[in-house]
Design a protein around this ligand. Sequence first.
Ligand code: GTP
Ligand code: MG
Length: 205
Amino acid sequence: FGRPWIFIRGVPSMNFLPPQGPLEVAFAGRSNVGKSSLINALVGQRGLARTSNTPGRTQELNFFVPEGYSGEGHDLPPMALVDMPGYGYAQAPKDQVDAWTKLVFDYLRGRATLKRVYVLIDSRHGIKKNDEDVLTLLDKAAVSYQVVLTKTDKIKPPAVPRLIAETLEKIRKRPAAYPEVLATSSEKVEGLDDLRRAIGETVGY
Ligand code: GTP
Ligand code: MG
């Protein structure tokens, strides 16, 4: 994660996906769970992915790559980070929510270069029904994923190991789940090295 990352494409529907090349790592989760903030914290660039207090901020699949690759011939970036619209946001117009959910589900199910999905779970809320639906979709599609708790600064420190253990127990029998749960705080810059290492091992970056 040494070099600057740049935004290369916002994808409003499956027709606009970039050609498959670099391995992709995607960040999925309920609206407002902290996906965009976590990407910024990971790369150490505050304004890279747009964040907001208001759920429904990220409305496209946003692709980020390390700077300095032409994208031509063999000079492809080694990997891409993909920020996703959140699911489970009931306040937006139903058509729009349906479109985002479809885009998220279609991409998660059908992208050969998608190497791993990080499914973010808010530490205060734990795994909800719509998270379960996404995990089940990933299990069925045999897409590897790892659960990452976010906003650990919002719960008491002793509650963190307990929550990790409970979450691990909930996903234990899921075939595509990586058997380790990470805990992060983008705000307090905690747990990010573990996540960087996990991503590095996954894509060899
Ligand atoms: P959508 O794009 O709308 O689905 O949201 P998102 O999952 O990308 O969340 P985003 O990163 O925009 O963050 C949502 C809110 O949570 C913002 O107000 C962030 O400042 C806040 N937030 C994100 N990460 C943390 C964290 O680690 N700790 C705390 N306390 N707040 C956080
Ligand atoms: Mg976002």
